[in-house]
Design a protein around this ligand. Structure first.
Ligand code: UTP
Length: 218
């Protein structure tokens, strides 16, 4: 079975070395039974560099390139425990034997979209989006105490929330619009889970019942 995991930059970051160590051992263990592909996000590192770059007048494409470098820096931290080549395209990722650890690829989308593209390409059984909240909410749970979590959400509703297209570097949406389109078109089984909660992340990876949000694709 093939599982693609998008590990948000909010959870893989230089601030949390213990987490990186623990999630690496979870991925190693899961790799004994599953083909695991991990796409790491840029998080705070990406956003701080993108914000400065934008103030300095860089183009959006240039800012995306900065963001991609940040995703690869974070991927390199996780890759300490795997010591493998980090692919820089979907094509390259497909040629490496799993586990595969990578970051972003080309400008114009987030690492969630890279994960969805990879899941489409390898015909993954599951796509796990691991973020720093417990799933998809009707509004940002960090800003609104009364935000309501969805146990399930239809891909149509998620697409409505995500908007239609990629807007700008560093923009943080629940799941980016490009990823949503690929998930819908390729009918990719998608789960959103709090990646900081290793037990729930493990449940989602193994296809067990998990606390998070299941994206309904039919
Ligand atoms: P992220 O995937 O980390 O974006 O890529 P994000 O929306 O901030 O996600 P979280 O919050 O970390 O989960 C960081 C930035 O890098 C560029 C984009 O500008 C993105 O906002 N990027 C990333 C690309 O242009 N292409 C890629 O393939 C990946």
């Amino acid at each position: 079975m093939k599982v693609v995991i998008s590990l948000g930059g909010s959870i893989i970051s230089p601030d949390e070395p213990d987490y990186i160590k623990n999630v690496a051992s979870l991925i190693k263990k899961a790799s004994e039974n599953l083909a695991i592909y991990v796409v790491v996000g840029g998080g705070k590192l990406a956003r701080s560099y993108i914000n400065v770059g934008r103030k300095l007048g860089a183009s959006e494409e240039y800012l995306d390139a900065i963001g991609i470098s940040a995703t690869r820096m974070n991927a390199m931290l996780l890759n300490i425990f795997f010591n493998k080549t980090i692919p820089s395209s979907i094509e390259e990722a497909c040629k490496i034997s799993p586990p595969v650890i990578m970051g972003g690829t080309v400008p114009g989308h987030s690492t969630d979209a890279v994960g969805a593209m990879l899941a489409r390409e390898i015909r993954a059984d599951r796509f796990i989006i691991a973020t720093d909240v417990d799933g998809i909410y009707d509004k940002d749970p960090k800003l609104h105490k009364d935000a309501k979590k969805f146990d399930k959400i239809s891909i149509k509703e998620l697409r409505r929330m995500a908007g239609d297209e990629w807007e700008r570097a560093g923009k943080s949406a629940v799941v980016d619009a490009i990823a949503c389109r690929i998930i819908e078109e390729s009918k990719i089984k998608t789960c959103v889970v709090n990646g900081k909660n290793l037990r729930e992340l493990e449940n989602a990876i193994y296809g067990k019942k998990f606390n998070g949000t299941l994206v309904e694709i039919e």
